[in-house]
Design a binder for this molecule. Structure first.
Ligand SMILES: Nc1ncnc2c1ncn2[C@@H]1O[C@H](COP(=O)(O)OP(=O)(O)O)[C@@H](O)[C@H]1O
Ligand SMILES: [Mg+2]
Length: 242
């Protein structure tokens, strides 16, 4: 089942088109790694999918439904985004951050308190820090909180923008472990990263973005040797047979 389908997407900032006809799909129960160098257009792509930037061409479908409305409708439609840079409300407590993550479902009785309990089961360290200001947490803990906050809305499709950025290597493994667990729980994960090896270790599918275009798109187990991936990083289009 396709969780996220991006067809011929064009987007950018004002007159400046950064993403110029991007195609890829992410399946439910899989991790798709969207790799690419700094400035390739990864965050811009995620912003358009989330409805934070306009779709200037092409289409975006979430769980089979084409998205024409804004960001909050997409959250209701099952989309979650963990933005670049461990974005949490630093002066608010851990628990308040979680509460805010469940905001769109606040009218559903017990939804937020149940979600908070689940978050604490998933990340026990957050429970021990529940009353601390989020800004006091370590980098790794803030990233866990950012993920837990996104999960509060119970997304079916979760996009993560460079979750490993700025983290110590030991914590990076932990974060990738959590992302792998999400896939096993049946989420559709779009993982944007610069760490190639860690990403390919957990991903089922890989797409490479270079200067606003997809230069490689294939299942990880068909990647063969990684020269193909390296070439696509250099910008030459690569077609993988099969
Ligand atoms: N708010 C913005 N306004 C104008 N240009 C931007 C903005 N954000 C990013 N860009 C430009 O878009 C291009 C792609 O950026 P981005 O999507 O952030 O890349 P990546 O996430 O792959 O590192 C870059 O050339 C960057 O300078
Ligand atoms: Mg980025």
């Amino acid at each position: 089942m396709i969780g996220l389908d991006v067809r011929d997407l064009v987007t950018g900032y004002g007159e400046m088109k950064i993403v110029r006809g991007v195609n890829f799909t992410c399946r439910v129960g899989e991790i798709t790694a969207l790799l690419g160098r700094n400035g390739a257009g990864k965050t811009t792509t995620l912003s358009a999918i989330a409805g934070l930037l306009p779709t200037l061409g092409g289409s975006i479908s979430i769980l089979g439904a084409e998205q024409t409305d804004g960001a909050s409708q997409r959250i209701h439609g099952g989309l979650g985004l963990v933005q670049e840079g461990k974005r949490v409300f630093r002066s608010r407590s851990v628990e308040e951050n979680l509460r805010l993550g469940g905001f769109i479902h606040r009218r559903r009785r017990g939804f937020i308190s149940d979600g908070i309990e689940k978050a604490y089961e998933r990340f026990p360290v957050l429970k021990t820090k529940r009353s601390d200001a989020a800004g006091m947490l370590s980098g790794g803990q803030q990233q866990m909180l950012a993920i837990a906050q996104a999960l509060m809305a119970e997304p079916k499709v979760l996009m993560l923008d460079e979750p490993s950025a700025g983290l110590a290597p030991s914590v990076v493994d932990e974060v990738f472990g959590e992302i792998n667990a999400l896939k096993k729980e049946g989420l559709c994960v779009l993982l944007v990263e610069q760490l190639i090896d860690n990403s390919l270790a957990v991903a089922d599918h890989v797409a490479v973005l270079d200067r606003g275009r997809i230069t490689l798109d294939c299942p990880v187990n068909e990647l063969g040797d990684w020269d193909v991936l390296r070439e696509s990083y250099l910008g030459a289009p690569v077609i993988v047979e099969g």
